[in-house]
Design a protein around this ligand. Structure first.
Ligand code: ADP
Length: 334
Protein backbone atom coordinates (compact mmCIF):
# COMPACT_ATOMS: atom_id res chain seq x y z
CA UNK A 1 0.00 0.00 0.00
CA UNK A 2 2.77 2.41 0.93
CA UNK A 3 4.81 1.43 -2.13
CA UNK A 4 1.94 2.50 -4.40
CA UNK A 5 1.44 5.72 -2.45
CA UNK A 6 5.17 6.42 -2.65
CA UNK A 7 5.20 5.98 -6.43
CA UNK A 8 2.10 8.18 -6.81
CA UNK A 9 3.61 10.89 -4.64
CA UNK A 10 6.92 10.68 -6.54
CA UNK A 11 5.06 11.14 -9.85
CA UNK A 12 3.28 14.17 -8.41
CA UNK A 13 6.54 15.72 -7.20
CA UNK A 14 8.11 14.96 -10.59
CA UNK A 15 5.17 16.45 -12.51
CA UNK A 16 5.40 19.67 -10.47
CA UNK A 17 9.16 20.03 -10.97
CA UNK A 18 8.98 19.18 -14.69
CA UNK A 19 6.07 21.61 -15.28
CA UNK A 20 8.18 24.38 -13.75
CA UNK A 21 11.32 23.30 -15.60
CA UNK A 22 9.62 23.01 -19.03
CA UNK A 23 7.80 26.35 -18.65
CA UNK A 24 11.04 27.97 -17.62
CA UNK A 25 12.85 26.41 -20.61
CA UNK A 26 10.18 27.66 -23.06
CA UNK A 27 10.50 31.11 -21.52
CA UNK A 28 14.31 31.05 -21.80
CA UNK A 29 14.15 29.75 -25.40
CA UNK A 30 11.83 32.60 -26.43
CA UNK A 31 13.95 35.28 -24.80
CA UNK A 32 17.22 33.87 -26.20
CA UNK A 33 15.69 33.45 -29.66
CA UNK A 34 14.40 37.01 -29.62
CA UNK A 35 17.77 38.29 -28.38
CA UNK A 36 19.70 36.36 -31.10
CA UNK A 37 17.47 37.68 -33.87
CA UNK A 38 17.73 41.31 -32.76
CA UNK A 39 21.52 40.98 -32.34
CA UNK A 40 21.93 39.40 -35.77
CA UNK A 41 19.80 42.15 -37.28
CA UNK A 42 21.97 44.77 -35.59
CA UNK A 43 25.21 43.11 -36.85
CA UNK A 44 23.72 42.81 -40.34
CA UNK A 45 22.80 46.49 -40.36
CA UNK A 46 26.31 47.47 -39.27
CA UNK A 47 27.87 45.31 -42.00
CA UNK A 48 25.54 46.80 -44.61
CA UNK A 49 26.59 50.31 -43.60
CA UNK A 50 30.30 49.41 -43.60
CA UNK A 51 30.04 47.93 -47.07
CA UNK A 52 28.66 51.23 -48.33
CA UNK A 53 25.07 50.08 -48.64
CA UNK A 54 25.52 48.12 -51.94
CA UNK A 55 22.51 45.97 -51.60
CA UNK A 56 18.99 46.70 -50.41
CA UNK A 57 18.70 47.75 -46.73
CA UNK A 58 18.36 44.78 -44.33
CA UNK A 59 15.13 43.73 -42.73
CA UNK A 60 14.90 41.71 -39.62
CA UNK A 61 15.59 38.05 -40.27
CA UNK A 62 17.19 38.63 -43.66
CA UNK A 63 20.77 38.25 -42.42
CA UNK A 64 22.47 35.01 -41.29
CA UNK A 65 19.25 33.03 -41.41
CA UNK A 66 21.27 29.84 -41.32
CA UNK A 67 23.32 31.00 -38.31
CA UNK A 68 20.23 32.11 -36.45
CA UNK A 69 18.54 28.74 -37.02
CA UNK A 70 21.69 26.87 -36.00
CA UNK A 71 22.15 28.92 -32.81
CA UNK A 72 18.49 28.48 -31.92
CA UNK A 73 18.79 24.73 -32.46
CA UNK A 74 21.83 24.64 -30.20
CA UNK A 75 19.96 26.51 -27.47
CA UNK A 76 17.02 24.14 -27.93
CA UNK A 77 19.34 21.15 -27.68
CA UNK A 78 20.94 22.47 -24.47
CA UNK A 79 17.51 23.13 -22.94
CA UNK A 80 16.18 19.67 -23.87
CA UNK A 81 19.37 18.06 -22.59
CA UNK A 82 19.11 20.04 -19.32
CA UNK A 83 15.47 18.95 -18.93
CA UNK A 84 16.39 15.31 -19.42
CA UNK A 85 19.04 15.63 -16.71
CA UNK A 86 16.54 17.39 -14.42
CA UNK A 87 14.00 14.62 -15.12
CA UNK A 88 16.50 11.90 -14.23
CA UNK A 89 17.78 13.59 -11.07
CA UNK A 90 14.31 14.64 -9.94
CA UNK A 91 12.99 11.08 -10.37
CA UNK A 92 15.50 9.84 -7.78
CA UNK A 93 15.02 12.85 -5.52
CA UNK A 94 11.20 12.65 -5.75
CA UNK A 95 11.22 8.94 -4.83
CA UNK A 96 13.52 9.65 -1.89
CA UNK A 97 11.48 12.64 -0.73
CA UNK A 98 8.21 10.73 -1.07
CA UNK A 99 9.71 8.03 1.17
CA UNK A 100 10.73 10.62 3.76
CA UNK A 101 7.30 12.31 3.62
CA UNK A 102 5.41 9.04 4.03
CA UNK A 103 7.67 7.51 6.72
CA UNK A 104 5.98 9.16 9.76
CA UNK A 105 2.54 8.14 8.42
CA UNK A 106 3.77 4.61 7.81
CA UNK A 107 5.25 4.44 11.32
CA UNK A 108 2.05 5.79 12.87
CA UNK A 109 0.01 3.17 11.02
CA UNK A 110 2.41 0.41 12.07
CA UNK A 111 2.13 1.60 15.68
CA UNK A 112 -1.66 1.59 15.41
CA UNK A 113 -1.62 -1.95 14.03
CA UNK A 114 0.66 -3.08 16.88
CA UNK A 115 -1.61 -1.37 19.38
CA UNK A 116 -4.71 -3.13 18.04
CA UNK A 117 -2.90 -6.48 18.00
CA UNK A 118 -1.64 -6.02 21.59
CA UNK A 119 -5.00 -4.83 22.87
CA UNK A 120 -6.87 -7.70 21.19
CA UNK A 121 -4.39 -10.18 22.64
CA UNK A 122 -4.80 -8.77 26.16
CA UNK A 123 -8.59 -8.73 25.87
CA UNK A 124 -8.78 -12.23 24.45
CA UNK A 125 -7.33 -14.09 27.46
CA UNK A 126 -9.75 -12.84 30.15
CA UNK A 127 -12.67 -13.01 27.71
CA UNK A 128 -11.94 -16.66 26.91
CA UNK A 129 -11.65 -17.47 30.63
CA UNK A 130 -14.95 -15.71 31.29
CA UNK A 131 -16.69 -17.53 28.45
CA UNK A 132 -15.38 -20.92 29.59
CA UNK A 133 -16.46 -20.51 33.23
CA UNK A 134 -19.97 -19.40 32.20
CA UNK A 135 -20.30 -22.26 29.69
CA UNK A 136 -19.15 -24.83 32.26
CA UNK A 137 -21.66 -23.51 34.81
CA UNK A 138 -24.47 -23.57 32.25
CA UNK A 139 -23.68 -27.14 31.20
CA UNK A 140 -23.82 -28.36 34.81
CA UNK A 141 -27.42 -29.50 35.21
CA UNK A 142 -26.98 -30.15 38.94
CA UNK A 143 -25.53 -26.76 39.79
CA UNK A 144 -26.83 -25.39 43.10
CA UNK A 145 -27.40 -21.77 44.06
CA UNK A 146 -24.13 -21.51 46.00
CA UNK A 147 -22.07 -22.73 43.06
CA UNK A 148 -23.98 -20.50 40.65
CA UNK A 149 -23.34 -17.47 42.86
CA UNK A 150 -19.67 -18.40 43.08
CA UNK A 151 -19.44 -18.51 39.28
CA UNK A 152 -21.30 -15.22 38.98
CA UNK A 153 -18.98 -13.55 41.48
CA UNK A 154 -15.95 -14.90 39.66
CA UNK A 155 -17.32 -13.65 36.35
CA UNK A 156 -18.04 -10.25 37.86
CA UNK A 157 -14.39 -10.02 38.95
CA UNK A 158 -13.28 -10.79 35.38
CA UNK A 159 -15.73 -8.22 33.97
CA UNK A 160 -14.41 -5.59 36.40
CA UNK A 161 -10.85 -6.32 35.40
CA UNK A 162 -11.86 -6.10 31.72
CA UNK A 163 -13.45 -2.74 32.42
CA UNK A 164 -10.19 -1.53 33.96
CA UNK A 165 -8.29 -2.76 30.91
CA UNK A 166 -10.61 -1.08 28.40
CA UNK A 167 -10.58 2.14 30.43
CA UNK A 168 -6.77 2.05 30.48
CA UNK A 169 -6.66 1.43 26.74
CA UNK A 170 -9.00 4.36 26.15
CA UNK A 171 -6.88 6.60 28.41
CA UNK A 172 -3.74 5.59 26.59
CA UNK A 173 -5.16 6.39 23.13
CA UNK A 174 -6.57 9.64 24.43
CA UNK A 175 -3.27 10.79 25.92
CA UNK A 176 -1.24 9.57 22.96
CA UNK A 177 -3.39 11.60 20.57
CA UNK A 178 -2.05 14.68 22.31
CA UNK A 179 -5.47 16.32 22.24
CA UNK A 180 -5.22 17.76 25.74
CA UNK A 181 -3.30 20.89 24.83
CA UNK A 182 -6.47 22.96 24.42
CA UNK A 183 -7.49 22.31 28.00
CA UNK A 184 -4.20 23.47 29.53
CA UNK A 185 -4.60 25.81 32.47
CA UNK A 186 -2.68 26.87 35.56
CA UNK A 187 -2.44 23.88 37.89
CA UNK A 188 -1.11 23.75 41.42
CA UNK A 189 0.83 20.48 41.61
CA UNK A 190 0.76 20.56 45.41
CA UNK A 191 -3.04 20.39 45.37
CA UNK A 192 -3.05 17.67 42.71
CA UNK A 193 -0.72 15.58 44.91
CA UNK A 194 -2.89 16.11 48.02
CA UNK A 195 -6.01 15.00 46.13
CA UNK A 196 -4.33 11.89 44.72
CA UNK A 197 -2.97 11.00 48.15
CA UNK A 198 -6.46 11.30 49.65
CA UNK A 199 -7.75 8.89 47.01
CA UNK A 200 -5.00 6.34 47.51
CA UNK A 201 -4.78 6.56 51.33
CA UNK A 202 -7.27 3.73 52.05
CA UNK A 203 -5.17 1.31 49.94
CA UNK A 204 -2.01 2.37 51.78
CA UNK A 205 -3.73 1.95 55.14
CA UNK A 206 -4.98 -1.45 54.13
CA UNK A 207 -1.38 -2.54 53.52
CA UNK A 208 -0.17 -0.71 56.63
CA UNK A 209 2.15 1.32 54.49
CA UNK A 210 3.66 4.45 55.97
CA UNK A 211 2.74 7.12 53.41
CA UNK A 212 4.66 10.35 53.85
CA UNK A 213 3.59 13.44 51.91
CA UNK A 214 5.64 16.59 51.49
CA UNK A 215 3.72 18.69 48.98
CA UNK A 216 4.20 22.38 48.30
CA UNK A 217 2.61 24.96 46.01
CA UNK A 218 4.04 24.76 42.52
CA UNK A 219 2.17 26.20 39.56
CA UNK A 220 2.58 24.72 36.11
CA UNK A 221 0.54 24.93 32.94
CA UNK A 222 -1.16 21.64 32.18
CA UNK A 223 -4.22 19.47 32.16
CA UNK A 224 -5.33 19.00 35.76
CA UNK A 225 -7.18 15.75 35.29
CA UNK A 226 -4.30 14.05 33.47
CA UNK A 227 -1.75 15.28 36.03
CA UNK A 228 -3.90 13.79 38.80
CA UNK A 229 -3.94 10.53 36.84
CA UNK A 230 -0.14 10.63 36.52
CA UNK A 231 0.39 11.07 40.27
CA UNK A 232 -2.23 8.42 41.06
CA UNK A 233 -0.61 5.86 38.74
CA UNK A 234 2.83 6.37 40.31
CA UNK A 235 1.50 6.33 43.88
CA UNK A 236 -0.64 3.30 43.15
CA UNK A 237 2.38 1.42 41.76
CA UNK A 238 4.56 2.44 44.69
CA UNK A 239 2.01 0.96 47.10
CA UNK A 240 1.29 -2.05 44.90
CA UNK A 241 4.95 -3.06 44.60
CA UNK A 242 5.83 -2.37 48.24
CA UNK A 243 5.27 -5.16 50.76
CA UNK A 244 3.12 -4.61 53.84
CA UNK A 245 4.44 -2.18 56.47
CA UNK A 246 6.73 -0.63 53.89
CA UNK A 247 7.33 3.06 53.25
CA UNK A 248 6.16 5.32 50.41
CA UNK A 249 7.03 8.98 50.13
CA UNK A 250 5.87 11.69 47.73
CA UNK A 251 7.31 15.17 47.49
CA UNK A 252 7.42 18.04 45.03
CA UNK A 253 9.96 20.81 44.69
CA UNK A 254 10.70 23.60 42.24
CA UNK A 255 14.19 23.76 40.72
CA UNK A 256 14.84 26.59 38.27
CA UNK A 257 12.29 26.28 35.49
CA UNK A 258 11.15 22.78 36.50
CA UNK A 259 8.67 21.34 38.93
CA UNK A 260 9.94 18.01 40.22
CA UNK A 261 7.80 15.27 41.74
CA UNK A 262 9.54 12.35 43.48
CA UNK A 263 7.77 9.16 44.48
CA UNK A 264 9.99 6.99 46.61
CA UNK A 265 9.16 3.50 47.83
CA UNK A 266 10.85 0.78 49.83
CA UNK A 267 9.41 -1.93 47.59
CA UNK A 268 10.70 -4.80 45.50
CA UNK A 269 12.69 -2.58 43.13
CA UNK A 270 13.21 -3.01 39.38
CA UNK A 271 16.13 -4.78 37.73
CA UNK A 272 18.37 -2.88 35.26
CA UNK A 273 16.99 -4.96 32.38
CA UNK A 274 13.38 -4.16 33.30
CA UNK A 275 14.02 -0.44 33.83
CA UNK A 276 14.58 -0.14 30.05
CA UNK A 277 11.19 -1.70 29.32
CA UNK A 278 8.70 -0.67 32.00
CA UNK A 279 7.40 2.35 30.08
CA UNK A 280 6.52 0.07 27.14
CA UNK A 281 2.89 -0.83 26.68
CA UNK A 282 1.82 -4.11 28.39
CA UNK A 283 5.26 -4.70 29.89
CA UNK A 284 5.28 -6.30 33.34
CA UNK A 285 8.46 -7.37 35.08
CA UNK A 286 8.44 -11.04 36.05
CA UNK A 287 9.58 -10.23 39.59
CA UNK A 288 6.60 -7.98 40.26
CA UNK A 289 4.19 -10.66 39.13
CA UNK A 290 5.77 -13.53 41.04
CA UNK A 291 6.70 -11.68 44.23
CA UNK A 292 3.73 -9.40 44.73
CA UNK A 293 1.10 -11.15 42.60
CA UNK A 294 -0.11 -7.61 41.95
CA UNK A 295 -2.86 -7.27 39.40
CA UNK A 296 -2.27 -5.08 36.39
CA UNK A 297 -1.99 -4.97 32.65
CA UNK A 298 1.28 -3.13 32.25
CA UNK A 299 -0.40 0.01 30.94
CA UNK A 300 -0.03 2.40 33.90
CA UNK A 301 3.50 3.59 33.15
CA UNK A 302 2.80 3.95 29.39
CA UNK A 303 -0.12 6.21 30.30
CA UNK A 304 2.10 8.10 32.77
CA UNK A 305 4.78 8.56 30.08
CA UNK A 306 2.21 9.83 27.54
CA UNK A 307 0.92 12.39 30.08
CA UNK A 308 4.47 13.56 30.83
CA UNK A 309 5.21 13.83 27.09
CA UNK A 310 2.11 15.97 26.49
CA UNK A 311 3.43 18.32 29.20
CA UNK A 312 6.89 18.34 27.57
CA UNK A 313 8.43 16.89 30.72
CA UNK A 314 10.48 13.81 31.54
CA UNK A 315 10.05 10.73 33.69
CA UNK A 316 12.94 8.68 35.08
CA UNK A 317 13.40 5.90 37.54
CA UNK A 318 16.21 5.02 39.92
CA UNK A 319 15.85 1.61 41.43
CA UNK A 320 17.62 -1.16 43.25
CA UNK A 321 16.22 -4.66 43.41
CA UNK A 322 15.03 -5.46 46.92
CA UNK A 323 15.55 -1.91 48.20
CA UNK A 324 12.99 0.19 46.37
CA UNK A 325 12.42 2.63 43.54
CA UNK A 326 12.26 6.37 43.02
CA UNK A 327 10.25 7.76 40.13
CA UNK A 328 11.21 11.31 39.19
CA UNK A 329 8.89 13.45 37.08
CA UNK A 330 10.14 16.80 35.77
CA UNK A 331 7.60 19.24 34.35
CA UNK A 332 8.44 22.61 32.91
CA UNK A 333 7.11 25.62 34.76
CA UNK A 334 5.15 27.97 32.52
P1 ADP B 1 1.16 -2.63 36.01
O1 ADP B 1 1.49 -2.05 37.34
O2 ADP B 1 -0.28 -2.63 35.71
O3 ADP B 1 1.80 -3.97 35.79
P2 ADP B 1 2.69 -0.43 34.93
O4 ADP B 1 2.84 0.03 33.52
O5 ADP B 1 2.17 0.55 35.91
O6 ADP B 1 1.79 -1.71 34.87
O7 ADP B 1 4.11 -0.92 35.41
C1 ADP B 1 4.87 -1.75 34.55
C2 ADP B 1 5.77 -2.63 35.37
O8 ADP B 1 6.78 -1.81 35.99
C3 ADP B 1 5.09 -3.32 36.53
O9 ADP B 1 4.52 -4.53 36.10
C4 ADP B 1 6.23 -3.55 37.49
O10 ADP B 1 6.97 -4.68 37.09
C5 ADP B 1 7.13 -2.34 37.26
N1 ADP B 1 6.93 -1.28 38.28
C6 ADP B 1 6.24 -0.13 38.13
N2 ADP B 1 6.30 0.61 39.25
C7 ADP B 1 7.05 -0.07 40.13
C8 ADP B 1 7.50 0.17 41.48
N3 ADP B 1 7.19 1.27 42.13
N4 ADP B 1 8.28 -0.77 42.05
C9 ADP B 1 8.62 -1.90 41.39
N5 ADP B 1 8.23 -2.18 40.13
C10 ADP B 1 7.46 -1.29 39.50
Amino acid sequence: MFKKARIKLSIMYLAIVMAISVSFSVFIYRIVSFEIRSRMFEIGSRLYIRQGGFSAPPEQGMFFVEDIKETENKVLFVLIYTNIIILTLTSFAAYLLAGITLRPIEEAMEEQKRFIADASHELKTPLTALQTSIEVALRDKKINLKEALFTLNDSLKDVKSLTILTNDLLSLTRYQQNGLKESFQKVNLGLVIDESVAKILPIAKNKKINLKVDSSDSIIKGNRESLAKLVTILLDNAIKYTPEKGRVEIENVTRGRSAIIRIIDSGIGISKKDVQEIFERFYRADASRSKTKAAGFGLGLSIAKSIVDIHKGSIDVESEVGRGSTFIVKLPIE
